[in-house]
Design a protein around this ligand. Structure first.
Ligand code: HEM
Length: 460
């Protein structure tokens, strides 16, 4: 008598997993899934690192956004045509004829913008808790490269709709590259595929956006996760004056970490989808290289730098200052190695107060300087015999650097801050200065890039 065949679903299951379906805890599918999770997390994690208000789920949310962007991006590719004639129409088609096309585009658009904010907040969380110090220095470096790639992915994607916003945003944004001495023009030509934005630029940006950058990001993400494990898991949150860490109480990853992670991911996904259903991604009229909007602004994440351009010589405002900030960020884990405060938000109680003070000072000084420079200060006029690279570039840059050194010393002496607390204060000053510049660029610059109230800002 022939053996009775199991039902079809069980046979399919068996063909894939090479074992009969039993549903018991040791079934191979469960083992495979568990192993997958255990590649990301250890079997047990210290209870204290599970506290949501330590990480705010920001690293995990960045990873979720990468997945959402990859999935929705792949869907958009079915309709998108990377040519000046086809791009705009294919975006229009997404909103009109493609099934759920508009929703997919909206999710992709908003997730991409959120990704910059969330990855930057994750960087801040790591900085504020001192988690960039040994043994995690290199993961900080990897994280920085991932953040730069995220910005580049956004920038290259910005051009793809080929509307007025895209064309002129990228025109302004990419003009920054040509200010780099010696190689600037060549680099700009290489990226744009010619002297100005055209069909070749669209194809270059498309290639970078859909393959080069995502591949690099995927590789670095795997490395980043692997390093978190190799560095002994997350840094452990500590209270002020807690002293050295002893043996930590642990919890089971599966129940206490993976389940909340999964729930958080579902809630965030739902929130993003609902937001994308309510707020459409912008789409302006078709790109017109002959008609520049007034004001012509770079994408929002570059508006802080565009604002610097209004106050400093272009080489200093758009190249030297951003480069100095980047160098400082890359050097940070090797310069600040104070292990006492790892895991403590803002280092100490004094650190908390001086951070607050520095944030407020950063906002006020920046507003003060922007108003001063806009209405009264005229450095090239005051120093007419000097070339503007000196009078409006190196002179204010030297004053700025002196001011930062002075602020560091002021913290050390007036507040008796330790070195790492003083570094934190300077960081907060620069951070809030930059946020203020970006806010001014987004909301307070109108026609001719003149300063005005947000309700007076219009774009013609
Ligand atoms: C761009 C995408 C990024 C993704 C997907 C990502 C993902 C993650 C995840 C899932 C964790 C563990 C959980 C957590 O700390 O929230 C983590 C930890 C970490 N990340 Fe990121 N990250 C990204 C960007 C960055 C950036 C921009 C930096 C800093 C420059 C950074 C530096 C670190 C460090 C040092 C840790 C270990 C933190 C600790 O031990 O407390 N990451 N990252």
């Amino acid at each position: 008598m022939s053996e009775q065949k199991p039902p079809l679903p069980q046979r399919v299951y068996r063909s894939a997993i090479r074992e009969p379906f039993t549903g018991d805890r040791r079934s191979r599918l469960r083992i495979v899934m568990n192993n997958l999770i255990l590649h990301l997390h250890p079997a047990q994690v210290p209870v204290r690192t599970l506290r949501f208000t330590y990480t705010w789920g920001l690293g995990g949310l960045s990873a979720l956004l990468v997945v959402i962007l990859a999935v929705t991006g792949a869907m958009l590719e079915f309709t998108y045509t990377p040519t000046p004639d086809g791009a705009y129409n294919s975006i229009l088609a997404m909103s009109t004829t493609v099934f759920f096309g508009e929703l997919v585009r909206n999710i992709h658009h908003w997730s991409a913008n959120l990704m910059i904010v969330v990855a930057a907040l994750h960087l801040l969380r790591v900085f504020f808790t001192g988690a960039f110090r040994a043994p995690r220095e290199f993961n900080w470096i990897i994280g920085l490269v991932m953040l730069l790639l995220t910005v580049l992915a956004n920038f290259t994607g910005y051009l793809l709709p080929w509307d007025q916003l895209a064309y002129w945003g990228i025109t302004v944004g990419s003009s920054i590259i040509s200010y780099i001495p010696v190689i600037g023009d060549g680099l700009s030509r290489l990226l744009l595929g010619g002297p100005e934005i055209g069909a070749a630029t669209l194809l270059n940006f498309y290639g970078l956006h859909i393959s080069v950058i995502p591949m690099a990001l995927a590789m670095l993400m795997s490395f980043h996760f692997w390093r978190v494990r190799k560095d002994g898991g997350l840094s452990i949150p500590r209270k002020v004056n807690e002293g050295a860490l002893g043996k930590e109480e642990t919890a089971t990853t599966y129940i206490d970490l993976v389940r909340p992670e999964f729930t958080f991911a579902i809630i965030m996904l739902a929130a993003i989808v609902i937001f994308a259903m309510l707020i459409p991604a912008p789409l302006e009229p078709l790109a017109n290289p002959d008609v520049s909007p007034n004001p012509a602004k770079a994408p929002w994440y570059f508006l802080g730098i565009q604002e610097l351009l209004l106050h400093y010589h272009p080489l200093v405002g758009t190249i030297v200052i951003p480069l100095l900030v980047l160098i400082a960020l890359f050097a940070l884990p090797y310069a600040d190695a104070d292990m006492e405060s790892v895991g403590i938000y803002f280092r100490s109680l004094r650190g908390r107060w001086s951070s607050l003070f520095s944030a407020a000072t950063g906002v006020l000084l920046t507003i003060g300087y922007v108003l001063l420079d806009e209405y009264w200060l005229d450095l090239p006029g005051l120093l007419p015999s000097l070339p503007t690279i000196i009078s409006n570039g190196l002179v204010p840059l030297a004053l700025l650097l002196l001011g930062l050194v002075g602020y560091y010393e002021f913290n050390r002496r007036a507040f008796k801050a330790t070195k790492c607390e003083a570094v934190l204060s300077v960081f907060m000053l620069i951070l809030f200065g930059f946020i203020t510049l970006t806010a001014i660029g987004i909301w307070f610059r109108g026609s001719g890039m003149a300063l005005m109230w947000p309700w007076e800002v219009t774009i013609h």
